[in-house]
Design a protein around this ligand. Sequence first.
Ligand code: GSH
Length: 214
Amino acid sequence: MKLIIGNKNYSSWSLRAWMSARAGGFTFEEIRIPLFIPGSREHILSHSPSGKVPCLIDHGLVVWDSLAIGEYLAEKAPHLLPADVAARAVARAVTAEMHSGFANLRQHMSMNIRKDYSGHGHTPEVDAEIARIIAIWNDCRARFGAGGPYLFGTFTTADAAFAPVCFRFRTYGVKPDGAAGEYLAAMLANPHMQEWEAAARLETESIKSEDLYD
Ligand SMILES: N[C@@H](CCC(=O)N[C@@H](CS)C(=O)NCC(=O)O)C(=O)O
């Protein structure tokens, strides 16, 4: 299995797929393509038909888009989704909401693990999206979280979907209270998250357009 990803500091979509692959216990070769430098588009297209990362290649089968990759990995490692049908439906709902929404947060609080942009990025629209994310976290933890520290107890693809938000909240100094805050702390302490973060800190490329508040 191969996973094509972008820069670990910046590529939020890559992180989602990578976290599902790690949490699923898969052995995979990681192909990291630094984004937005000469040749990167051609390099990505040599693996991924969409021209985007992440892209998963499993015995010749090409699966692109982080949502499809998460679903594919969960078919092979069913513990990546909750066992209960209702919990599984909600896990998919919050994952889909994350995948298709939160445009203001993406724009004003882009993932940038190495930076401390505390206090930056707030607009009324961003703050409304932050409130919605905190409400999702509190709701999932209260209804489904009894079996562990993650949204549905054990780590699922829903946690992978929110992994970039956790790094964003730290970069931009967003500090939820209560259950959501405890969830954020658990995610930032997750060994796979820490492995990704350590690699992001070692990267030397900068994407100036993503360093929003320098
Ligand atoms: N909906 C896609 C989005 C993928 C995406 O936008 N990836 C960005 C990096 S995070 C990318 O490949 N950008 C390179 C480019 O557009 O040339 C997914 O979930 O995988």
